[in-house]
Design a protein around this ligand. Structure first.
Ligand code: FAD
Length: 561
């Protein structure tokens, strides 16, 4: 049985709620369950980051009882899905950024342009450093207190410690990265056009290598290919024949998170286009002139000269988060773990959203015990159909990744999985059900690190914060966890609206809900409409649409300014 006890700290506006469950013995430190502080002081919410999750949280937060302070080294929101289009001038960088100051003024929030370099969770403080600017006499450092901390700092590119990558490769994560790539591509063509070069030298300069066959690497390759075909052929006709794009992927296929039909179409299209697609190729080193790969299976090691490398192989935790994880006993984990309410595990008053964190998957199996106890069927060892449905619903409700896994694998519910284990029995064996869930648990992946997840988490958390006082007045809350003493809000639930993979040549692959796959020109128009509508303001929408129109009419701008 669940029990809870409350410990009020007289001076501070904090209340610690500890609850344990018979099933998993889970210890939960609740902040959303905090009762009104005895003082009139507003609670200070510090938000780290102005990206997808942070911006979404700030846009939906409408609670005058909080004093909100945003800290981010970037004084703008960046619409990352259109970042690959910036690398060749299809879209201008300024068209996809939204200044944060406008939102701050509208909402009455404060903003400081700095990065958090240390989180001191035990003293509820963060240590910050302003952006390095020699023009403005270097950096300044300062501390900031918080009552509630929202970590939305995203992630950094992951190099897997491959030698030479940091020094020689380009990344595609920030607006500055895309602008550097654009500059570097144009410079490559200008250098290759110099009169005193050999054919070999021109080939080396114009060898573009993309590492990583995920959506970003594929989209960048497609954008680069379009630039070569549509513009370079006209602007640099003499060197066009020396250009080559190589796409390296360590796995068996590119776009392996997409439907198999999309993967097959993309691979065939790239081969037709003359993009040298090398799967099962792991990059083991990059020098100033050569990139070395090891073929999985045969173990063959090959080095090739290159002109430019773009590295896009996934993401890893930022140093400030790694340090924070050590402090709170999560040092052994790869990614910061939260519970289903986005509260950082092992820490009071701290939430984490977006690419920074993941909902702790381990707890899925731990918590299942509590769900069965609630159904009170442990003694009989069986569930009837109605109870079974209730339990499945409960599990999917608490664990969006279970639901996502089931949908992705075309299992409408766990029943399909169970049917094979349990035969046609009308009663469901709890033991077999647990085995089936354990199977799902091992195969299940974390929620994807996408803007869709990040923005939904921001919106979800803001809505919880908006309802805080109402829930404090009505402590039992309207929700399903009534009586458990655990939490008053529904856990975060992810809704997947589909994904796109632009493949160049005005063709896009779309994987939409209901296992609907569409590939080709019609999906490209869908892509244009969805992304134009998802841009966060009318200003950016107009700028992007006019950039697209400019490109259709005049081609891309190839000047290196
Ligand atoms: P971010 O959006 O990265 O924001 C992090 C914020 O934290 C930034 O403002 C940053 O300046 C700030 N910050 C960093 N360090 C600190 C610090 N120490 N202190 C304070 N602030 C800090 N997803 C999709 O769903 N669809 C797509 O089509 C898509 N395309 C993509 C294309 C590219 C090229 C890239 C790079 C990503 C793409 N994504 C896409 C993924 C998506 O951008 C990320 O999942 C999303 O940005 C994650 O949001 P976030 O809020 O966690 O982090």
């Amino acid at each position: 049985t669940a029990f809870s006890f409350f410990k009020a700290y007289p001076s501070a506006s904090k209340l610690l709620v500890l609850s344990t469950f018979s099933g998993g013995g889970v210890l939960v430190y609740s902040d959303l369950n905090t009762v009104a502080a005895p003082t009139d002081r507003k609670k200070k919410v510090v938000v780290l980051g102005s990206g997808w999750s942070g911006y979404s949280f700030l846009s939906y937060l409408n609670n005058p009882n909080y004093e909100v302070q945003v800290v981010s080294p970037r004084n703008f929101f960046l619409f990352t899905p259109l970042l690959p289009s910036v690398t060749n001038g299809t879209v201008e960088a300024r068209s996809i950024v939204e200044p944060i100051r406008g939102l701050m003024r509208k909402k009455g929030f404060e903003y400081t342009e700095a990065e958090c370099v240390k989180i001191d969770a035990s003293n509820k403080k963060i240590h910050c450093r302003s952006k390095d600017s020699s023009r403005l006499k270097g950096t300044s450092e300062f501390d900031m207190d918080y009552d509630i901390l929202i970590i939305a700092v995203g992630a950094k590119p992951n190099t897997f410690n491959t030698p030479g990558v940091e020094e020689h490769a380009h990344f595609l994560k920030e607006a500055e990265d895309a602008l550097k790539i654009r500059q570097s591509v144009i410079d490559s063509f200008e250098r290759a056009s110099l009169p005193d070069l050999t054919e070999e030298e021109r080939k080396k300069i114009l060898h573009f290598v993309v590492v990583g066959g995920g959506p970003t690497g594929v989209e960048f390759s497609a954008e680069l290919y379009d630039f070569l075909v549509e513009d370079v052929s006209k602007i640099y006709p003499k060197v066009q024949e020396f250009t080559k794009i190589t796409l390296l992927e360590a796995g068996d296929h590119i776009l392996n998170m997409f439907d198999k039909r999309i993967t097959a179409f993309a691979e065939e299209k790239f081969q037709r286009d003359g993009i040298d697609l090398k799967t099962k190729s792991m990059v083991v080193g990059v020098t100033a002139d050569e990139i070395t790969t090891k073929e999985r299976g045969t173990g063959n090691v090959v080095s090739e000269p290159y002109g430019m490398v773009v590295w896009s192989t996934g993401i890893g935790s930022r140093p400030v988060i790694r340090d924070f994880m050590q402090q709170i006993g999560q040092g052994q984990r790869r990614v910061l773990a939260t519970d289903e309410w986005l509260r950082v595990e092992g820490c009071d008053g701290v939430y984490a959203l977006g690419d920074t964190a993941t909902i702790n998957q381990r707890k899925v199996m731990e918590d299942i015990g509590a769900i069965f106890s609630k159904a009170d069927k442990e003694e009989t060892g069986t569930l009837n159909k109605k109870e079974f449905k209730g339990v499945v619903k409960d599990i999917c409700q608490r664990y969006p990744q279970v639901e996502l896994y089931l949908k992705k694998n075309k299992m409408r519910n766990i029943a399909n999985l169970l049917k094979s284990a349990n035969g046609e029995d009308t009663e469901v064996s709890i033991e077999k059900f647990k085995q089936a869930l354990a199977e799902v648990d091992t195969q299940m992946k974390n929620l994807p690190a996408t803007a869709q997840v990040a923005s939904q988490q921001g919106k979800y958390l803001a809505k919880c914060f908006n309802k805080m006082e109402k829930c404090e007045k009505n402590p039992e809350g309207p929700l399903r966890f009534r009586g458990e003493g655990r939490h008053r809000f529904q856990p975060f639930r992810y809704r997947h609206f589909g994904s796109f993979a632009p493949l160049g040549g005005e063709q896009t692959a779309a994987e939409l809900p209901g296992d609907w796959v569409s590939i080709g020109h019609s999906s490209q128009w869908l892509w244009y409409s969805v992304y134009a509508s998802k841009l966060v303001s009318w200003r950016t929408r107009m700028l992007v649409v006019s950039d697209w129109a400019r490109r259709f009419i005049f081609g891309r701008d190839s000047s290196s300014i």
